[in-house]
Design a protein around this ligand. Structure first.
Ligand code: ARG
Ligand code: ASP
Length: 720
């Protein structure tokens, strides 16, 4: 019986990939996935999704900014992405007079669309397997750094050949742990304008409370447009630029979907680590996450208390709190998911089979017999340093004063260096001076001092004592282990805790003034912490990662060799991928079954004027009461808001187009369900769900709520 069970579990993780798992390379769909996609209901071809010979859906998908995805929905370069992806740009255009975050923004004409310096979007022109070229000259005897430098050189040759005579950029990226290499040719546009955004109580409805959760009712979208020069080529911002004419755009479907329907997500997933051994998963889920969670929890408690007590603090800290909370919650979900799934046990079970396979062949045994034990030993030796690193980065560097003070280190270095002129020094001082106002606008030293006490006391007591920066020794002798006393002294005396002091110090700053910085108590803490990080911990990290990179490369290759009939997908690395699955509810816990979609009625149920995250605009309520949904209503008469499916996604997939069997746009991906957030380490078909905004709710908001019908008119929409 036990043997059968073991075999079943073994097949589960080693057998055929389960529907939903995988982030596939568009280039290889026809070879690896097309048949299965057709069996699952897809009606278009792999060639419609990706082709270099003619325009295909890939030409309507872009990397938006540094870490989101967006899709083209009109012949005039109109883009849809998430509200949380456009957030910082919407915020930058917002002021008390023009409260675009609070009230929304809708450009009434092209001329009202707002430029966003620094924002770019990138198209994939082509991708190509260049493994042989990239690995030319590589032998097993090379050290990791020799190997890296040869690959870098080979890549440079490939890149310059690929972009020669064009305005394209190119990069070579490793796949399957460095066993394969692909060349990517890309085109970047830099004149991207804000066209529309719903008010935050639609675009961020549910806030951090609902974040990473289902059932979800967030209208998480915003609208941008790509502008180009008159020749339709990328051009820096200019009033002369015109809307970009894309090679391809998505057709939007109002038909709606049903449970079980085929869907796919086309976008730029950032990072996953699906093929690690149990020892590494353990390091992530059970060593790093709990420390980071505890420290973030403390910060959030302090910040949230401050925000509840004071309006200004809410303004200053809500974006910071959202950033801290996002991965705090993700890590809790991930660690819980690995536990509930018996993730470590499953990996160990696989490792037993793997070891058996290794030992069954004498050559393999000689070559790889020690692979997993060596890997485990590397992790064991690294663990204390990883703990110390996590305490340092999530603890000490969670304190704003420490990070800010260290920003003055470059100035101190310049002052000490005789080769640096006085002019250069005053330039640096000027820069620091002009940045100060912006920094202090969102800074509250009382909150930060509370964080100092809380985070430093956890760091100082829980971290292994011989792995603490020197400053703790000084602290113990000078402050007798009293963290409160330490904090009050630091915040009282430091230049860097008050704007007027920074101004005083930086105005007319002279070279010799660096001594004042050096004596500053916050600066002393900062330099001790940062130099410990740079000189003691970072080398350990580099050593560990270069060691495990090479082990992982071998482990990955051996896993592939051991299972020649299994389709392997490469880990996410912010390159364009296709994930596919089915629309599907799930059961997160005993006695609970989640439906696969939410509706506007759910927004009204959650409405609470006293809770910031759950307020609902009167206009939306009115549309709800009149059931004025127009052509955007589902066949059931309801306004569907969001839906879930088994597509394998991760950070970076936010804003990705969610497509139906015909390749028509039915949603915008924006999150995952909490119980499945371990999918970056281990995907589970029963628990992992991506959350998408129903495109009909998005259009309903644009059309009925905001009255921006000029945008709807640009789109190609197929009806019921
Ligand atoms: N969890 C989503 C992602 O990782 C959305 C985050 C933005 N929303 C928020 N309430 N913080 O990006
Ligand atoms: N919310 C994530 C993003 O912004 C998506 C995810 O992690 O599922 O990319």
């Amino acid at each position: 019986m036990r043997r059968i069970m073991l075999l079943a579990i073994f097949l589960l993780i080693n057998g055929l990939i389960i529907a939903g798992e995988g982030m596939w390379l568009p280039l290889l769909l026809s070879q690896l996935n097309e048949k299965e996609m057709h069996d699952m209901g897809m009606r278009i071809s792999a060639d419609d999704i990706y082709s270099v010979n003619h325009s295909s859906l890939k030409d309507a998908v872009v990397l938006f900014g540094g870490g989101c995805t967006a899709e083209i929905v009109s012949e005039q370069g109109l883009l849809l992405t998430n509200h949380h992806c456009g957030y910082s740009n919407i915020q930058r255009h917002s002021s008390l007079q023009n409260d675009y975050l609070g009230e929304g923004f809708w450009a009434q004409s092209f001329s009202e669309e707002l430029p966003n310096p620094g924002l770019s979007v990138t198209f994939l022109i082509s991708m190509q397997d260049v493994t042989n070229q990239a690995l030319t000259g590589i032998t097993a005897q090379l050290t990791e750094s020799q190997r890296e430098s040869i690959i870098k050189k080979n890549s440079e040759t490939l890149i310059s050949a690929a972009i020669n005579g064009t305005h394209y950029k190119a990069s070579v990226k490793p796949f399957y742990g460095g066993n394969q290499y692909y060349l990517f040719v890309t085109e970047t546009f830099t004149d991207i304008r804000l066209v529309g955004a719903p008010p935050s109580d639609i675009g961020k409805f549910g806030g951090d409370t609902d974040n990473w959760m289902w059932p979800r009712h967030t209208g998480d979208f915003s609208v941008f447009r790509i502008y180009a020069g008159k020749d339709n080529q990328p051009a820096d911002y200019s009033t002369e630029n015109v809307p970009f004419h894309p090679k391809m755009k998505f057709t939007i479907s109002l038909k709606g979907v049903q449970e079980g329907d085929f869907t796919f997500v086309y976008g730029f997933p950032g990072t996953t680590q699906e093929y690690l051994p149990s020892v590494s998963v353990n390091l992530n889920a059970n060593i790093h996450n709990p420390i980071a969670i505890e420290l973030r929890q403390k910060r959030l408690d302090i910040i949230n208390k401050g925000m509840n007590e004071d309006k200004l603090t809410r303004l200053q800290y809500s974006a910071k709190a959202a950033t801290i909370a996002n991965y705090w919650k993700k890590m809790i979900g991930e660690t819980r998911g690995i536990r509930t799934l018996d993730g470590i046990e499953k990996k160990k079970l696989f490792e037993q089979q793997f070891t058996k396979w290794i030992n069954s062949d004498p050559v393999r045994k000689t070559l790889y017999g020690s692979l997993l034990p060596v890997y485990a030993n590397a992790c064991r030796l690294f663990q204390p340093y990883y703990e110390a690193y996590t305490y340092l980065t999530e603890g000490a560097l969670g304190i704003e004063l420490i990070r800010y003070s260290y920003g003055f280190n470059a100035l101190v270095m310049q002052c000490r260096d005789k080769a640096v002129t006085d002019e250069e020094i005053s330039k640096t001082a000027q820069k620091l001076l002009s940045g100060a106002e912006g920094y202090f606008k969102n800074y509250n030293s009382t909150i930060d001092a509370r964080n100092f006490v809380s985070l430093m006391s956890i760091y100082g007591s829980k971290c292994r004592q011989d792995l603490l920066p020197d400053i703790f020794t000084t602290f113990r002798s000078e402050y007798n282990n009293d963290y409160k006393l330490w904090a009050s002294d630091v915040y009282e005396k430091s230049f860097f805790s008050q704007l007027d002091r920074v101004i005083r110090l930086m105005k007319n700053f002279k070279r010799k003034d660096y001594r004042k910085i050096e004596k500053d108590p916050a600066f002393k803490v900062a330099t001790s912490v940062y130099s410990y990080l740079q000189n003691q911990l970072s080398p350990r990290l580099t050593e560990f990662y270069s060691r495990t990179d090479s082990l992982q490369r071998i482990y990955m290759a051996s896993q592939m060799e051991m299972q020649p009939f299994k389709r392997f997908y490469p880990d996410a690395n912010l390159t364009l991928r296709v994930s596919y699955g089915n629309i599907k509810g799930y059961s997160p816990a005993d006695a609970i079954d989640y439906k696969w979609y939410t509706t506007l009625s759910g927004i009204m149920e959650k409405e609470n004027p006293d809770i910031y995250d759950y307020s609902v605009k009167p206009k939306l309520k009115e549309l709800y009461q009149k059931k004025d949904y127009g052509k955007y209503a589902d066949a059931d008469g309801e306004m569907h808001v969001a839906f879930i499916a088994s597509n394998h996604t991760t950070g970076g997939n936010s804003g990705s187009p969610v497509l139906d069997a015909d390749g028509h746009l039915i949603g915008i991906n924006f999150d995952r369900c909490w119980e499945g957030t371990m999918s970056d380490l281990l995907y589970d078909k029963d628990q992992c769900r991506n959350i998408s905004l129903d495109i009909r709710y998005c259009l309903f908001i644009i059309d009925k709520f905001a009255g921006a019908s000029r945008l709807i008119d640009e789109m190609s929409i197929v009806g019921k």
